[in-house]
Write a protein that binds this ligand. Structure first.
Ligand SMILES: [Cu+2]
Length: 466
């Protein structure tokens, strides 16, 4: 007998799940054949316990911008259903139902039809092109006046399309947040420009800690823990040798603190937890140039940081080249808890996949409120990865960096004799630097975390060049 190959403890379990899934699939297929039986693709019965009414409901559904519109339709139980789908998008889509019917692939401009004999229960649908369902191309059929429970959902998910799902894209369901939704018309993005160094060599600030409600993505509100009210604290900007004096005031309901990487001080007193109603003065001198993280250092640290208690200190290197504009992008993550509530500390502790990855405290804010430049402009973008967990590979589509500065040193300079160029500034949590670039011609240049799943979770923005 052949000895069993060594396996990790997880593998047999995965194998069993796979077998179970295959068995379940085989069952569904055989039931489908038995019920459908008309020679074509297997079609599952959708009638449930509803008696046929003899009526037909016809709906028009458009596929556009990676969405079905309308996304949810309601059909009187017992009616026949005809769905006419028109692909108004610029790419190929289809609509398949959990019961087995499909429009087939639809080229842009093409239409297709699905007919359901009798609808008696909820049915889920989606676009079957790989990745589209995870991007949010889902479709819900609901019934009135009949057995609307326990629908054909395809993967055991609930038929309640309005609910938030914890894991984006898990089991092909709509992500917890719809990042394709625009923010409200009055939405103001955080100013992405780095303000100039203020006068003087001593910079005094008061940071008030408060737990405050706010928006972190279009339509997504949460209770952030903040320095001065924002998802990210104020940006401090100074020169080598400057002194910073920050008075931290705890107006929150729990202990908080602050840790400035930009200074060298004993953590014991300066970074201590202060309780609600207390204050402390934190003083440091800028001994080294660069972009530095500050964050709350109260346990559990990743929770306090991700909840909004972080920011940037920029200490200019002495010989910075002139540029047309200077920006700052700080990446952080959010782990959604209850609607409007605080961050989910259990997700953070588990190292879960973040629900949102954002620049300057709001997912995709510069997609909706782009930066602007002119062809030929030279810009500098300071970049900081606040984390707490995700790395950042900062890339701008359509241009190259001719100057890269990371963690206190130039990796590349504009007059590089080898004509070297750079495509991404790679940063681990708490690392920072800047990149400089020019724009060859007018267009829309997207900047993003080229760890693309994080770009797709909101670490993205646009620069419109005229
Ligand atoms: Cu804190």
């Amino acid at each position: 007998p052949v000895p069993a190959p060594p396996t990790t403890p997880a593998r047999p379990q995965l194998g069993l799940q796979a077998i179970a899934a295959a068995t379940a699939l085989a069952l569904v297929v055989s039931v489908g054949v038995a019920l459908g039986g008309s020679g074509g693709a297997a079609v599952e019965d959708a009638a449930g316990t509803a008696a046929p009414t003899g009526q037909t409901t016809t709906v028009q559904v458009d596929a556009l911008h990676m969405r079905f519109s309308p996304e949810t339709i309601t059909v009187p139980a017992g009616n026949r259903l005809v769905i006419d789908v028109t692909n108004k998008d610029t790419m190929v889509h289809d609509l398949v139902l959990a019961t087995g019917q499909s429009t087939g692939r639809l080229a842009p401009g093409q239409s297709g039809r699905i007919e359901v004999a009798v609808v008696g229960r909820s049915i889920e649908g989606w676009c079957s092109i790989i990745g589209h369902r995870q991007q949010g191309m889902v479709f819900h059929i609901k019934t009135t006046g009949g057995d609307s429970g326990g629908g054909a959902s395809g993967d055991g998910a609930s038929g309640d399309g309005g609910g938030a799902h914890a894991m984006p894209g898990a089991a092909g369901q709509r992500p917890a947040v719809d990042l394709m939704k625009p923010p409200a018309p009055g939405f103001l993005a955080r100013d992405p420009r780095l303000a100039p160094v203020p006068d003087g060599t001593v910079h005094r600030y008061t940071f008030e800690v408060a737990e405050a409600p706010g928006e972190i993505a279009p339509g997504v509100r949460a209770t952030r823990w903040t320095y001065n009210g924002g998802t990210m604290g104020p940006t401090l900007h100074g020169r080598l040798g400057d002194t910073f004096e920050i008075t931290l005031v705890n107006n929150g309901t729990m202990s908080h603190s602050i840790d400035f990487h930009a200074g060298m001080v004993s953590p014991d007193a300066n970074m201590r937890d202060i309780n609600p109603g207390e204050r402390l003065v934190y003083r440091f001198r800028a001994e080294h140039t660069g972009i530095w993280l500050y964050h709350c250092a109260t346990a559990p640290m990743p929770v306090h940081l991700a909840a909004g208690m972080f920011g940037a200190v920029v200490i200019d290197p002495p010989d910075l080249a002139p540029v047309n504009a200077e920006y700052l992008m700080t990446q952080s993550e959010w782990y959604l808890g209850a609607a409007g509530g605080p961050i989910d500390a259990a997700k953070v502790a588990a190292g879960a996949v973040p629900d949102l990855v954002m620049f300057n405290g709001y997912a995709n804010q510069y997609v909706h409120r782009p930066l602007r430049a002119k062809a030929g402009d030279r810009i500098r973008i300071w970049v900081l990865d606040a984390g707490p967990n995700e790395p950042l590979s900062f890339h701008v589509i359509g241009t190259q960096f001719d100057t890269v500065y990371k963690e206190g040193a130039y990796l590349l300079r504009r007059d590089d004799p080898l004509r070297g160029g750079s495509q991404a500034l790679g940063l681990l949590p708490a690392e920072g630097g800047f990149v400089e670039m020019t724009f060859p011609e007018p267009g829309t240049y997207t900047f993003l975390n080229h760890r693309m799943v994080d770009g797709d979770r909101g670490a993205m923005g646009k620069i419109i060049v005229e």
